[in-house]
Design a protein around this ligand. Structure first.
Ligand SMILES: *Cc1c(COP(=O)(O)O)cnc(C)c1O
Length: 548
């Protein structure tokens, strides 16, 4: 029983192939700078509709993930146990419930924010944390002291990734986690979420500078021979394949919830997903689900004013654009936001503020390979050559263009839409206080990211082939509104009787800001050398704490 092609992995830049799941999870990024994807997309068992239909979330995840992970690597009952543990931390038994927002329009929200940090990244990072621990503990069987493998996870965050990584990795054996955030530039709730975790293996570093400075520091550490000699560094950003993989489950789960609704007609109904998008990790999982055989008619990319993907879908040009720094932005009015003239625009949906989308490389590789006419292996080699050239162009000139045939293929599956901050605010307001003439609409408080998705969903529903009731539209709700208090308050400030603490704030957040914190300030003067020293010191201290 050897691994199938869908359980072996290659790099999108052609430098490696035949890698195991464990190798790609622990490595994160390929040596050639590419991203890992499976050599083939698995197809579903012929009876998947009947046999998967009623499975609970973690069991459904088990069926899907087993197609991508060889039993030789993780025995079936171990994988099941890891998944059960990962999703037992969610507040909803259903893990990712489907909520019908507008029954007359067949508009649904897939709520992905019922995990420990109230954002969709928990679905992947609760699993990734347990997976890291599983691999390390296995490698460390019967090993003692300095013989033990130890993983030092290092990541930069502007908010959501960092807290989800911390909650995924807290207390895990043989793993330390360092999360760098720009001091004073993350929202108070997110800062409190991260820094009130007191486990000895969690290290919050408040770095003097911007998010880009944090990210540059992380890149410098990964490239640094000195630290790599003593510490094995691990990555948790959305380039990690395990994160994409774990996210495939909720597309299937939502489908099964949908087809149980009386309004769904198995003969006639169509299905679209709308995904608020930044680094393209969430929606890429939807693309895998579709390629595996889930009947999805279209995937909608919803971007904010950082719209590189929306522009790409207009003409096939992928171009980094620095926003006009003199143009006022609403995002700057809220807590934690600071103008960052070098890079992205600060919007009301900060988790989608990106200049380029790292996971888009995976899609381009797969599409390019599909356009080739040779056998699969040769098509992949040629696609990797395309990707390498495009990435080199992006680096040297800030843009690249794909051939028409690739763009056409992309458009067969994807559409896109861009949503401005004023539209985001208007959408939050509309769904909180629906006009009286909309009988199917239930009042709902959207977070700004989910609102970007809903704004695009509403537009898509006016297209000839997207209209209700034939078409069901599922828009992904990626965060709880309480996480983005600034934007929600701004949207609803004029609404009579609205009370954020009463109407939005979950009990878990009450008093969070007053809890004990652990965070270390890192001055700009520290540089790479200082950061190395800090990491070594902190990991050393952990051992002392453990031995007390
Ligand atoms: C990370 C994040 C996104 C963007 O997801 P990608 O996978 O980067 O496209 C959207 N909304 C929220 C709340 C997030 O935390």
């Amino acid at each position: 029983m050897t691994a199938t092609a869908s359980q072996r992995y290659l790099s999108t830049r052609g430098g490696s192939s035949g890698l195991s799941f464990e190798e790609v999870v622990l490595k994160g990024l390929a040596n050639d700078g590419g991203l890992f994807i499976p050599e083939e997309i698995p197809s579903l068992p012929s009876d998947w509709r009947e046999t998967w239909n009623t499975l609970e979330f973690s069991e459904l995840a088990h069926r899907i993930l087993s197609l991508y992970i060889s039993l030789e690597e993780i025995p079936s009952d171990h994988l099941r146990e890891i998944l059960q543990r990962s999703y037992s931390t969610f507040r909803e038994v259903n893990v990712t419930p489907l909520h019908t927002l507008d029954a007359t329009q067949n508009l649904h929200l897939l709520e992905l924010f019922h995990g420990p940090t109230f954002a969709f990244k928990d679905v992947a990072l609760q699993f990734l944390g347990n997976l890291f621990e599983y691999f390390l503990v296995r490698r460390n069987d019967c090993k003692e002291g300095s013989q033990r493998h130890h993983l030092t996870v290092v990541g930069a965050t502007s908010g959501d990734t960092g807290s989800a990584a911390i909650y995924g990795l807290r207390g895990k054996k043989d793993v330390s986690v360092f999360i760098l955030h720009p001091a004073g530039r993350v929202s108070p709730i997110q800062e409190a979420q991260m820094t009130t975790v007191l486990d000895s293996n969690v290290h919050n570093l408040a770095v003097e500078g911007t998010f880009d400075d944090c990210q540059d520091m992380v890149k410098a550490l990964f490239a640094d021979e000195d630290i790599n000699k003593t510490h094995k560094l691990g990555a948790v950003n959305s380039i990690n394949w395990a994160r994409i993989l774990a996210q495939i489950t909720y597309y299937f789960h939502a489908y099964f919830d949908l087809i149980r609704l009386p309004t769904f007609d198995p003969e006639k109904s169509k299905l679209r997903f709308v995904v608020p998008t930044g680094n393209f990790g969430d929606i890429l999982a939807g693309y895998f689900a579709k390629r595996m055989g889930l009947p999805v008619d279209r995937l909608y990319i919803a971007t904010n004013e950082n719209d590189i993907l929306d522009r790409f879908f207009q003409n096939g040009l992928y171009e980094k654009q620095t926003p006009n720094p003199t143009e006022p932005t609403i995002g700057l009015q809220i807590d934690g936001a600071k103008a960052d003239p070098s890079g992205v625009r600060e919007t009301l949906s900060p988790a989608m503020d990106i200049l380029v989308s790292s996971n888009f490389e995976r899609l381009l590789f797969m599409l390019s390979s599909l356009t080739k006419t040779s056998n699969k292996r040769q098509s992949d080699v040629d696609a990797a050559a395309d990707v390498k050239k495009w990435q080199a162009d992006l680096k040297s000139s800030g843009s690249f263009s794909v051939p028409d045939i690739v763009l056409t293929l992309a458009k067969e599956t994807f559409s896109s839409g861009r949503v401005s901050d004023p539209e985001t605010l208007a959408t939050i307001k509309t769904f909180h206080s629906p006009p009286a003439a909309t009988p199917g609409l239930e009042p709902y408080v959207l977070d700004p990211h989910s609102a970007v998705g809903i704004a695009v969903a509403l537009r898509s529903m006016t297209e000839p082939d997207g209209q209700p009731p034939i078409t069901h539209t599922i828009s992904l709700a990626t965060a709880h509104p309480a996480k983005f208090a600034g934007a929600v308050r701004l949207a609803l400030q004029d609404v009579e009787g609205f009370d954020f603490d009463k109407d939005v704030l979950p009990t878990e957040f009450v008093g969070l800001e007053k809890k004990e914190r652990r965070v270390r300030f890192v001055g700009a003067h520290e540089g790479l050398q200082g950061m190395r020293r800090i990491i070594r010191e902190e990991v050393e201290n952990e051992k002392v704490v453990e031995n007390v």
